[in-house]
Design a protein around this ligand. Structure first.
Ligand SMILES: [Zn+2]
Length: 112
């Protein structure tokens, strides 16, 4: 899973700004909610959530490593501890269920 320069991390629940020292598994230490990551991906301002392969669902939009736009999930299949993710355009991927992925949940506007 790719990370980006100048990411900012915030909890959508308690609105707290977070950083490396207090985030574990991309969740808020207070709420246990999945945090929002504001990232600039080659000029695209995406709000990301980092979730495990086992949490990915049909119609989620995944930002695959090295890509600048999202890929829609067509189908997810489980094989024991592995997950196979089928995309609408990209070839399918097989990963362990604990592998993190960037999912795009929206866009953000920079503040002046
Ligand atoms: Zn929180």
């Amino acid at each position: 899973m790719e990370t980006f320069k100048n990411e900012t991390w915030r909890c959508p629940d308690c609105k707290r700004k977070l950083n490396k020292s207090n985030v574990k598994d991309w969740k808020c230490p207070n709420c246990d909610d999945t945090i929002w990551i504001m990232a600039d991906v080659n000029g695209n301002r995406y709000v990301l959530e980092r979730i495990k392969a086992k949490e990915i669902q049909k119609d989620d939009v995944i930002l695959l490593d090295g890509m600048h736009s999202g890929e829609e999930v067509k189908k997810v299949k489980r094989f024991g501890k592995k997950i196979r993710i089928y995309f609408r355009k990209n070839p399918a991927l097989t990963e362990t269920s604990e592998t993190f992925f960037n999912t795009i949940i929206g866009n953000w506007e920079p503040k002046d």
